[in-house]
Design a protein around this ligand. Structure first.
Ligand code: IMP
Length: 444
């Protein structure tokens, strides 16, 4: 029995879906604990490609309970669309559960997200325009609609009768947009509630009972550590807590339930949207990282935007180890580096203003934008790794690269992924039952 949290250790899009898919095989329950339709997870299973936005990829295995937890924000239209596409492909929804407490992304959230972004001009965040920020803002303001409200017509009506006129003031007066029709919104969302009804329940109770029965639970984070609302590169973040701590709040469990935290990082780094990215490569290197391998082309799954690409950053990696308490790391997309003559890795930052060098981030504040990376250079292995099935199969230079990351982050690398398919995965040590990480006093 082990309850495991899988988190993105970078700016999101680390290839978490592949790792959660691998670990889902031995899990009884897969729980998504935050975010909404802003996420985009791609899994290639048995030659078929599946793209997930809201539903945990654990649904690919029949018999697993898949939970959309209370910390999520759910756009019912997106949920129903995604689910019906999966059902058409023969997947089974018998064990799909949606928390009563998850918040609902409403049409005004989508409109306000887009309009607010537009109005920010050069201060824009680069959101996915899926209404995420406004939905979480209403949750915090205690003006949100929860999934349970969609099932209670009087409650929904009363809430919308108060909410819609207020949202219409924002839409019409602030953004010059047409007002929403309260009755139409009410009827549409009541109907969505009826379509979702059979999945809605107290998911925290299911998880707790499973803990009692010593089942294996996998908590699946979306986005990544540096997009965390509290610990990421604020304000260029999402509005939830993708970090390991978020699993407790977002799933409705206590921290004592979690046995292990696995971080997922690419072998390089990407970011979609705005915000600082010290190791970003805007020239030929960035383009090569983006384009390499058709299947891996670096384009956002949700928005189709090209991803910004750059070298692996161990300063941010160490930060991620700290914030999440990572036990081990899964490194994905090693094969993308196969053709590079030289591979760089950021080992420290130099403050562009003071010239001071930092091995660790002085603080996750606006200072990130003044940091210049200090690189160490590796000779590329210039060999395909996509057929490698064990660590020993990897070219010596690739082994050296992986070991360097492990040493720099002071965390073992348990998994290396060398391609999109399930079997293109190298297990170096058991990510779940491997030795518990022992913190050393001084990092090299
Ligand atoms: P939002 O989550 O749509 O509000 O977007 C806020 C920021 O997080 C933007 O920079 C997005 O590009 C980024 N973001 C949101 N979801 C993802 C994701 O799943 N992968 C990568 N970036 C994301």
């Amino acid at each position: 029995m082990a309850n495991v949290v899988v988190v993105g250790a970078q700016f999101g899009d680390e290839g978490k879906a592949k790792v959660t898919d691998l670990l889902s095989k031995n899990a009884d329950i897969v729980v998504r604990y935050q975010g909404g339709a802003n996420a985009g997870h791609t899994v290639v299973a048995n030659g078929n490609t599946y793209k997930f936005h809201l539903i945990p990829s654990g649904i690919l295995y029949s018999g697993k309970t898949c939970i959309l937890g209370p910390g999520m924000v759910i756009d019912p239209k997106a949920f129903i669309g995604e689910l019906s596409a999966l059902l058409k492909r023969g997947l089974d929804d018998a064990n799909l559960k949606v928390s009563t407490c998850a918040h609902v992304t409403m049409p005004y959230h989508l409109l306000i997200d887009a309009a607010e972004e537009e109005s920010r001009g050069n201060q824009k965040i680069g959101t996915t325009k899926r209404g995420i920020g406004p939905t979480y803002a209403d949750k915090c303001a205690r003006s949100g609609i929860r999934v349970e409200d969609l099932l209670e017509k009087d409650v929904l009506k009363a809430k919308l009768d108060w909410l819609i006129p207020r949202k219409n003031v924002i839409l019409e007066r602030l953004y010059n947009l047409p007002a929403l029709n309260s009755k139409e919104v009410y009827e549409t969302y009541l109907e969505y509630g009826q379509q979702m009804k059979k999945y809605v329940c107290d998911t925290s109770a299911i998880i707790f009972q499973s803990v009692r029965e010593k089942k294996n639970i996998l908590f699946e984070g979306a986005q990544g550590t540096l997009l965390d609302l509290d610990h990421g590169s604020y304000p260029y973040v999402t509005s939830s807590s993708p970090t390991a701590g978020g699993a407790c709040i977002g799933a409705g469990i206590g921290p004592t339930i979690i046995d292990r935290v696995i971080g997922v990082s690419k072998s390089y780094m990407t970011r979609v949207g705005e915000g600082p990215f010290p190791t970003e490569q805007s020239g030929a290197i960035g383009e090569q990282l983006r384009q390499v391998g058709k299947a891996w082309a670096e384009v956002g799954v949700t928005t189709g935007r090209p991803r910004r690409c750059g070298w692996f950053d161990t300063v941010l990696g160490r930060y991620s180890v700290r914030i999440n308490g990572l036990d081990c790391l899964a490194i994905t997309k090693l094969d993308v580096l196969d053709e590079f003559d030289e591979i760089k890795i950021c080992v420290a930052y130099r403050d562009a203003k003071t010239k001071e060098v930092y091995k660790d981030l002085p603080s996750i504040t606006g200072c990130l934008q003044y940091m210049e990376p200090v690189y160490e250079s590796f000779t590329g292995w210039r060999k395909s790794t996509s057929e490698c099935v064990s660590y020993n199969d990897l070219p010596a230079q690739a082994q050296k690269y992986i070991n360097f990351i492990a040493e720099q982050l002071d965390v073992p690398v348990a998994i290396v992924s060398v391609g999109q398919n399930r079997d293109q995965t190298i297990i170096i040590e058991d990510p779940i039952h491997g030795p518990k990480r022992v913190l050393t006093k001084n990092v090299k």
